[in-house]
Ligand binder design. Structure first.
Ligand code: HEM
Length: 140
């Protein structure tokens, strides 16, 4: 993907959701990203501390992150329609999110993006934005 397209993100021209494939492909891309992300969290020893914060069954976490990211990237607001305002920081307060937890979360996400061979420029931009959200989740 051309860098000038990526730079349209945040200008009103393109949303991440459009760059990820829009109506036709965007949801499938995000579904694959979230499935791969949690598969990595579930199996990579580097993510063991954050894996342990999650319930044994990741089905609901997978579904909720997929729904959230679909809306957050500019696609249909699936999470908000179902659960209301995400209040993500508040919802993460029960978990000890420190720099290490944040970095483990980003490690799983970036590894998933690489595994799915996401376009490099898009990956950099998307990971940068997600880092901001992950850092905002820190509560210690
Ligand atoms: C910074 C490190 C993070 C840690 C350690 C973490 C951990 C967790 C845990 C343990 C849960 C509960 C899962 C469950 O009950 O099934 C959760 C829920 C969730 N997380 Fe995170 N998370 C982090 C960052 C993020 C980020 C960056 C996002 C979004 C981009 C996110 C989105 C969500 C969503 C949408 C839910 C479901 C909330 C709900 O409706 O209950 N998390 N997270």
């Amino acid at each position: 993907m051309a860098l000038d397209k990526i730079e349209e993100v945040g200008s009103s021209k393109s949303t991440f959701f459009e760059l990820l494939g829009g109506e036709e492909q965007g949801m499938e891309t995000l579904r694959n990203l979230v499935e791969t992300f949690y598969d990595i969290m579930d199996s990579d020893p580097k993510a063991q501390p954050i894996r342990a914060m999650h319930p044994a069954d990741l089905t609901s976490a997978r579904e909720k992150l997929f729904m959230f990211l679909t809306g957050w990237t500019g696609g249909p607001q699936l999470y908000i329609e179902r659960y209301g305002h995400p209040m993500l920081r508040k919802r993460h307060l029960p978990f000890a999110v420190d720099e290490s937890a944040r970095d483990q979360w980003m490690y799983c996400m970036i590894k998933a993006m690489h595994q799915l061979k996401m376009d490099e420029a898009l990956m950099t931009k998307l990971a940068g934005q997600l880092y901001g959200v992950a850092d905002f989740m820190r509560n210690q």
